[in-house]
Write a protein that binds this ligand. Structure first.
Ligand code: ADP
Length: 423
């Protein structure tokens, strides 16, 4: 063997011995590379995933924010719409809650809105919206008032009369819409009853003045005549003094009746409603009437069952019966008859004063209980009537929760009936 060959074998053996170590080193190296590569790969993947996640979470947040903004926008819009709808409902409810008729017009005067009371008040069956005032209510003043309110902002009040089966007087307040809005409003108020009451009051004052003037004029006239020498006229002076006395009595009666009415009107006369035995009240009233009836040879009779009682104020009921009996005697000719009767009808008691007097024409009956209403003014005055007796009767009876009615036939006689609750 050569030394070179020995060296080679030595080298080979060393290599063979080193081989496992090398192999192990190689595997280790390879594994290390693989791990590095894997680590690198994983790292790269992780970064990418992180990036994706990052990007993803950012865009989600942006989307979510955008969606939230949209939702908020929608909520606001709905809230706005709700507010408009709510305001509309409030306005509609307010308009419908007003008993007066109301319309709202645009700047040209055409009606753009109205409440339900308006067509009822104006008796309009047609469609109102879009129509101008003159078309709906044929009154030039109202049309002009609406145009003035629209163009100049001038407010005015116009009176409108509605003809038809139920004539009415309406007071219309026309104003500019206000709040910087173009257009106008008109409020229609039914003042028919107010006007009627005003007329009644005016008539009443006129009637009172007239009623007072007559006796005052007579008293003044005769007193002056007496003063200027007639007092010495033994033939006529007593007559004049008599007239002055009679007219003073008339004045006193008139003032008493007026005060009574005004006390009743003001409810200053409190009534004590209780169980009233009708026998006693009827007897007192007829007895009070006997002297006057005797002067005219009129017989006053009474018919009522024993023990009848009503819910009433004893004094007020007596006053009512005396008033009715007084009229019966007043408007019945000498020798006639007057009867006061009472009976129970279910839960009611009816007291009737019947006379055989002059009677009343049917056309007068509905107004008979009005103040100062008289069928025959002259006759009533001659009889010493004030024209207030029946209105006092009606007042007292209704204050006792009852009712009074009349039946009459001209030339035959009249029956006045008071209906009260039975006790
Ligand atoms: P007066 O003081 O004039 O009698 P009243 O109010 O008592 O006033 O009556 C009103 C009118 O009713 C009388 O003026 C009269 O014309 C009529 N009247 C009332 N009672 C009777 C009656 N019993 N018979 C006929 N007419 C009557």
């Amino acid at each position: 063997m050569t030394p070179g060959g020995t060296a080679k074998r030595g080298a080979l053996r060393a290599l063979a011995a080193a081989c496992p170590a090398l192999a192990a080193f190689g595997v280790t190296l390879a594994l290390t590379h693989l791990a590095t590569a894997l680590a690198a790969g994983l790292a790269a993947f992780g970064v990418a995933a992180l990036f994706v996640l990052l990007v993803e979470s950012q865009s989600t947040r942006a989307l979510e924010a955008a969606a939230a903004r949209a939702a908020e926008e929608e909520r606001r819009m709905l809230a706005g719409r709700d507010a408009v709808a709510h305001a509309e409902r409030v306005l509609a409810a307010a308009l419908e809650g007003i008993a007066d008729g109301v319309w709202i017009t645009d700047a040209s005067g055409a009606v753009v809105r109205h409440n339900a009371a308006l067509p009822r008040l104006l008796e309009l069956g047609q469609d109102i919206l879009g129509k101008r005032p003159l078309f709906l209510v044929r009154r030039g003043e109202l049309h002009e008032a609406v145009l003035r309110a629209c163009s100049q902002g001038v407010s005015s009040v116009v009176e409108v009369k509605v003809e038809g089966p139920r004539p009415r007087v309406l007071e219309v307040q026309v104003s500019a819409l206000g709040g910087g809005l173009p257009g106008s409003t008109a409020v229609f108020r039914d003042v028919t009853e107010l006007k009627r009451l005003e007329r009644v009051r005016q008539d009443f004052v006129a009637n009172v003045s007239h009623e007072l003037r007559t006796p005052i004029a007579a008293i003044l006239g005769y007193a002056e005549t007496l003063q200027s020498g007639a007092l010495a006229d033994a033939a006529h002076a007593p007559q004049m003094v008599d007239i002055i006395h009679r007219q003073s009595e008339r004045l006193s009666e008139l003032v008493t009746d007026l005060l009574e009415l005004s006390r009743l009107d003001a409810r200053e006369r409190p009534l004590t409603i209780g169980t009233v035995s009708l026998g006693e009240v009827v007897t007192r009233a007829t007895e009070a009437m006997q002297p006057r009836a005797a002067l005219k040879h009129i017989s006053v009779t009474q018919h009522l069952p024993v023990g009848l009682a009503a819910r009433a104020d004893a004094k007020a009921l007596e006053q009512v019966l005396v008033n009715l009996l007084d009229n019966a005697v007043k408007y019945t000719a000498d020798g006639g008859t007057v009867d006061l009767s009472a009976r129970q009808e279910d839960a009611r008691v009816e007291l009737s004063v019947r006379d055989s007097g002059v009677g009343i024409e049917a056309k007068h009956l509905p107004r008979l209980f009005e103040r100062f209403y008289r069928v025959d003014r002259g006759r009533s005055r001659d009889m010493g009537g004030t024209g207030l007796g029946l209105s006092i009767v009606r007042h007292l009876v209704s204050a006792m929760g009852g009712d009074v009615r009349v039946q009459s036939q001209l030339g035959v006689g009249s029956t006045f009936t008071v209906v009260l609750a039975a006790a």
